[in-house]
Design a protein around this ligand. Structure first.
Ligand SMILES: [Zn+2]
Length: 272
């Protein structure tokens, strides 16, 4: 199957695809769209591996989201899953500090509780970094309002692991200086269809070299123009690719090809 587009981050296991997942995947096949289905806890990491086993154009990433779950990262559970040849990354893992100060009801948390939550996220992130290096997989990183901490942790781990530590910052939300820090670490950054309705990321998209950028949807979230407000699906990744080309002032076909080549190279995709 020829790869025309690579959506490196989608939540195809989401219940929002329960009714018509087969249709969504068949639209992907029609357009040559490949994706990495992302796990956010143990249960849906198992689900994405099953999806990847079933469909040629789906790969899997397994791991623990910083806030979607309170589970701990148990290496033994994930060691079983990581043996599957279609598991190409670890995550999404990382740090989510944007709502650190509030509990689930939106009430302010005590400083002690904030400190505990930060430490909990940092601990499970570090465990997943060690795990990814051990099994020679790149990290799929979620990072919001925590780039300073993430860069510190990754820099420290990089000194320990060198080239064995690699990863992508999914839904990149930082500025040019932050992007430079990730580039120095050898990391890539990926962008969603959010580019089609805000100019906030134009400067950083122009700044990052084409070979260090990847395309994604984060489906079912953030549907691009002209699908805004609807459920997003991996086939809409085309809109993000178009926008990256437009922002960078490059030929669409060149960017389209680069997005596929980058994903294939970075995740070690073997297309049968
Ligand atoms: Zn995600």
């Amino acid at each position: 199957m020829k790869i025309n587009y690579f959506d490196i981050h989608s939540h195809l296991e989401s219940s929002r695809f329960e009714e018509d997942r087969e249709d969504v995947i068949s639209r992907m096949k029609d357009e040559g769209v490949f994706t990495i289905a992302i796990g956010t806890d143990l249960e849906n990491s198992k689900k994405v591996v099953r999806l990847a086993d079933k469909y040629e154009n789906i790969f899997a990433s397994i791991g623990l989201h910083p806030t979607d779950t309170n589970e701990d990262f148990n290496e033994t559970d994930y060691a079983e899953l990581v043996k599957n040849l279609k598991v190409v990354a670890i995550g999404e893992c990382g740090l989510e500090f944007s709502r650190l100060g509030e509990d689930s009801e939106g009430d302010p948390k005590s400083l002690e509780m904030i400190g505990q939550e930060r430490q909990r996220q940092i601990d499970i992130f570090k465990k997943q970094i060690d795990f990814a290096v051990k099994y020679d997989k790149p990290l799929m990183i979620h990072c919001r309002d925590a780039h300073f901490e993430a860069i510190n942790i990754l820099t420290e781990k990089k000194e320990q692991y060198g080239a064995g530590l690699r990863g992508d910052i999914h839904f990149f939300s930082g500025d040019v200086d932050i992007a430079q820090a990730y580039l120095d670490l050898g990391f890539t950054m990926s962008f969603t269809g959010v580019l089609t309705f805000t100019k906030d990321y134009d400067e950083v998209v122009r700044f990052i070299p084409l070979e260090r950028i990847m395309s994604e949807t984060d489906a079912p979230y953030v549907a691009p123009v002209p699908y805004r407000g609807q459920r997003c699906e991996p086939s809409y990744v085309e809109e993000a690719v178009k926008k990256i080309a437009e922002i960078k002032g490059l030929d669409y076909e060149i960017v389209k090809k680069a997005m596929v080549e980058n994903a294939v190279r970075f995740f070690g995709i073997k297309n049968s």
